[in-house]
Design a protein around this ligand. Structure first.
Ligand code: NAD
Ligand code: TYD
Length: 357
């Protein structure tokens, strides 16, 4: 059986992707390597943990010996690499872990793949190999009021997070061009959906709005992001894995640009309708609080996703209006998942990031 290594499979996008893989590729095994940082939650894959085709390994992608052993023991022929430190605000207050995991971790995986797949005397697996690196549109920097990021937009990362992702993207390209490693890359816009950790805008707003807490909006609230439902991103990754051309990059987006304030207002209005107004009788929009801006806050991201549409036939299946309703329903139906991730360390994080802001 073909064995696919997914890194960071206990995170937001990774857990949704592991579930999709097990369903979509019944002839494959999946090994999930995840360190279980604050962002990793095995409960996000509770429904598949007994599947004999699924194996969880707790470990660090920077651990050379562990990664090499996994390639050999599990006959890994495909890597889908999600594991990363992923939150811009955390990268501003503590960049070191972003450099370690995002750059050194990607390097460690590339080296293991090179040693395992390009050693023609004793290849570890007879399946064709592929290394898909999951990246972000943030590597392209910040747009003004017009324009879209294409695959040829020059890199201009502006936060420690996006700079560390850009570095890892360059390493992936270099391994393709220099060694012929069969790599693929996706650069996607902001995701939202089930199992999203409530440090990111949409799940944080849902959680706070349900609890009657302040809804912190950075700066003037007019920064723009392109939002994509997470299962559409997962479908795009699977499409690139199966049909993408080795050495290529594919931009993935939702054709759905929104200002942050619009997102927050939409979440407030849907929750008012679904669970009623606040106990005070006020609508949830009354909780909106404009707070001090993020340093270096990128103004606008927007993706031109025509390459993946024209060449591979992928496009989003869910509109934002449908996706946000599904997402809010999921959070209403899964309060125990939220309670399990909003633990002591989250409270300390929240106090540090928002206390007195
Ligand atoms: P996440 O923060 O929810 O999950 C990251 C996962 O990686 C966690 O399970 C964590 O435990 C694991 N991890 C962290 N450091 C590790 C290490 N050293 N070794 C092994 N595992 C480690 O992230 P996400 O939002 O699911 O993003 C996944 C990937 O997709 C990232 O590479 C991110 O840059 C990229 N991406 C995210 C978005 C988005 O909107 N969330 C958009 C585009 C691209
Ligand atoms: P985020 O979800 O952190 O994603 P990213 O920074 O990777 O785009 O933030 C999305 C947008 O929402 C971004 O412009 C910052 C803004 N934001 C807030 O206004 N308030 C918040 O509490 C958070 C977490 C984000």
């Amino acid at each position: 059986m073909k064995c696919i290594l997914v890194t960071g499979g206990c995170g937001f996008i990774g857990s949704n992707f592991v579930r999709l893989l097990l369903r979509a590729l019944p002839e494959s095994r999946v090994v999930n390597l995840d360190k279980l940082t604050y962002a990793g939650n095995p409960a996000s894959l509770k429904d598949v943990e007994r599947d004999p085709r699924y194996k969880f390994v707790q470990g660090d992608i920077c651990d050379q010996d562990l990664v090499a052993k996994l390639f050999a023991d599990e006959q890994i022929s495909t890597v889908v690499h999600f594991a990363a430190e992923s939150h811009v605000d955390r990268s501003i207050s503590g960049p070191a872990e972003f450099i370690r995991t995002n750059i050194t971790g990607t390097f460690t995986l590339l080296e293991a793949a090179r040693a395992s797949w390009l050693n023609h005397e004793s290849p570890a697996t007879h399946h064709p190999s592929r290394f898909l690196h999951v990246s972000t549109d943030e590597v392209y920097g910040s747009l003004g009021d017009t324009g879209l990021f294409t695959e040829t937009t020059p890199y201009d990362p502006r936060s420690p997070y996006s700079a560390s992702k850009a570095s890892s993207d360059h390493l992936v390209s270099a391994y393709h061009h220099t060694y012929g490693l069969p790599t693929l890359m996706t650069n996607c816009s902001n995701n939202y959906g089930p199992y999203h950790f409530p440090e990111k805008l949409i799940p944080l707003i849902i959680n706070n709005a349900l609890g009657g807490k302040d809804l912190p909006v950075y700066g003037d609230g007019k920064n723009v992001r392109d939002w994509l439902y997470v299962l559409d991103h997962c479908a795009a990754i699977l499409t690139v894995l199966q049909k993408g051309e080795v050495g290529q990059t594919y931009n993935v987006g939702g054709n759905n640009e929104k200002q942050n304030i619009e997102i927050v207002q939409t979440v407030c209005d849907i929750l008012d309708q679904k669970v009623g107004l606040l106990p005070s009788g006020q609508p949830r929009r009354s909780l909106i609080k404009f707070v001090k801006d993020r340093p270096g806050h990128d103004r606008r991201y927007a993706i031109d996703a025509s390459k993946i549409k024209n060449e591979l036939g992928w496009e989003p299946s869910v509109t934002f209006e449908e996706g946000i309703l599904k997402t809010i329903d999921w959070y209403l139906e899964n309060p125990e998942w939220v309670a399990s991730v909003v633990d002591g360390s989250y409270q300390a994080y929240y106090q540090k990031m928002y206390g007195g802001r």
